[in-house]
Ligand binder design. Structure first.
Ligand SMILES: [Zn+2]
Length: 199
């Protein structure tokens, strides 16, 4: 195969996706090539438009098609309760429970000083603004129970020290270091329900 071989180039692009090695990339590329052409077109269109059509919610950082996401636009959600998550996939896992009626704030990361991610890289100013604007009573910190997740939880509860808001942390039970998005629903539901006050 030459450098501008379309199959080789598709394989090398697919191999850059997380969890996809060269062999899986080749299997996927041949699957697309040998399958339905309409599917390949639809896949290509979905990939090429995703950045243009999806935007981050100006309030909470969730993904959506408009400047405010569906959750922030929903008047039935309790705006006095905010669940702080590391990423949108965790929000989706919590939403799948169907029991949480508050809103979210998505950090799009965790404190990781060794990787150069400090508090300035996280949207904590906007969280503090929301606490005032939305008269927030409680922040549930649902970052993962990993080193970075715990460090972020600690930092956030200290940073909100001067605010009258209640800060709570999801209970243990989510596997240590485990990703919320891969935690089963019963465990995740219990972790949310059994949250403990941090201050
Ligand atoms: Zn939102």
């Amino acid at each position: 195969m030459t450098a501008n071989d379309p199959i080789a180039s598709l394989i090398s692009l697919l191999a850059r996706l997380p969890g996809v090695g060269e062999r899986t990339a080749a299997r996927l590329a041949f699957h697309v090539l040998e399958g339905d052409e309409q599917y390949a077109d639809a896949l290509g269109r979905a990939l090429s438009t995703i950045h243009g059509e999806v935007t981050r919610c100006e309030l909470c950082g969730n993904y959506g098609a408009e400047s405010r996401c569906a959750i922030c636009q929903d008047p039935r959600r309790d705006e006095s309760l905010i669940c702080l998550v590391a990423k949108v996939q965790d929000l989706i896992a919590l939403e799948a429970l169907g029991t949480f009626r508050g809103r979210y704030h998505v950090l799009h990361g965790l404190l990781a000083p060794l990787d150069g991610i400090g508090p300035d890289q996280l949207p904590l100013d906007s969280l503090e603004r929301r606490i005032v604007d939305e008269k927030v009573k409680e922040i549930i910190v649902a970052t993962p129970l990993s080193v970075e997740g715990e460090a972020t939880a600690l930092y956030v509860s200290d940073a909100l020290g001067s605010s009258p808001v209640r800060v709570s942390r999801i209970a243990a039970g989510v596997p240590h270091g485990g990703e919320l998005e891969f935690t089963d629903q019963v465990t995740l539901g219990r972790a949310l329900e059994d949250r403990r006050a941090v201050r």
